[in-house]
Design a binder for this molecule. Structure first.
Ligand code: COA
Length: 264
């Protein structure tokens, strides 16, 4: 079905693997087209409760945008490329289902930006993160100037992007770029374990958490409908009271039993 991705669903967890290992999973046009389609399927397929994005092979998550596609672009085409990348990554960020990056090696340029568009990140101890575009006379174009700043703060983001220096797994953990570091062999198992916990929670509440937290960090009012995160939180809190899952969750607590959520 996909040429550049592997796509599987197991126990309600969808795994999307960028699959160009001989090119360190670099993001070319075809990967973007297929990733866009895969995220559409995540949105529409009720069997999928949550998603892992990872890279094929032992060396890279994604080593960046495919640099071979850059050489012929003029300014307008470059802007269109950046906009296309940003739109696909916004689709990931705004998914109502949790999307976690399992970073299994290099996450550079567009690869770091893809990982940062996910709701949070785990990495293996051989991972390396960075925005080395300045080495090419470029800047990040798929949201990296914004999301890296949100995640690690202005000073560190400035330094990483101006020096093109890479952060290893320990540094990434220390600066909050990833939540957990594992061995390469246990990365997917650990990521799946976290998603299995999340998948037992009320899906409407999970989607509201994603939306409200995104609003806290998104500066573009096109994506926040001009509302502040606090306004959104009030509305989303109220919306949860309209769900059967909220009634089930509170009843289960009072009856001292485990809640069974249905997503309604
Ligand atoms: N775009 C296109 N091709 C890429 C790529 C990218 N971003 N990153 C790696 N590749 C290709 C290489 O050209 C090479 O292809 P080839 O075998 O046909 O020559 C293959 O992937 C393997 O990469 P290679 O450079 O040989 O591996 P390495 O272990 O020596 O180095 C990196 C690994 C990640 C340090 C190096 O590939 C690199 O610097 N990549 C570019 C990173 C970057 O600048 N990303 C931001 C882009 S905006």
């Amino acid at each position: 079905m996909y040429q550049t991705l592997l796509f599987s669903i197991e126990e309600n967890i969808c795994t999307i693997t960028i699959n160009r290992p001989d090119k360190l999973n670099a993001l070319n046009k075809e990967v973007f087209t297929e990733l866009d389609k895969a995220i559409d399927e995540v949105y529409s397929n009720d069997e999928i409760k949550s998603v892992i994005i990872t890279g094929a092979g032992p060396k890279a998550f994604v080593a960046g945008a495919d640099i071979t596609e850059f050489s012929t672009l003029d300014k307008q085409q470059a802007m269109a490329l950046a906009k296309r990348g940003q739109d696909v990554f916004f689709k990931i960020e705004n998914s109502s289902k949790p999307v976690i990056a399992a970073v299994n090696g290099f996450a550079l340029g567009g690869g770091c930006e893809l990982a940062m568009a996910c709701h949070f990140r785990l990495c293996s101890d051989n991972a390396k993160f960075g925005q080395p575009e300045v080495n090419l006379g470029l800047i990040p174009g798929y949201g990296g100037t914004q999301r890296l700043t949100q995640l690690v703060g202005k000073g560190r983001s400035m330094e990483m992007q101006m020096t093109a220096q890479l952060a290893d797994a320990t540094e990434a953990l220390e600066m909050g770029l990833v939540n957990h570091v594992t061995t390469p062999d246990t990365l997917l198992e650990k990521t799946r374990g976290i998603l299995k916990v999340i998948n037992t929670k009320a899906p409407v509440a999970i989607s509201k958490i994603i939306d409200c937290i995104n609003t806290a960090v998104l500066s573009d009012s096109a994506y926040t409908n001009g509302k502040s995160g606090y306004d959104k939180e009030v509305e989303a809190f109220g919306d949860c009271f309209d769900t059967q899952d909220m009634k089930e969750g509170t009843a289960a607590f009072l009856e001292k039993r485990k809640a069974i959520f249905t997503g309604k």
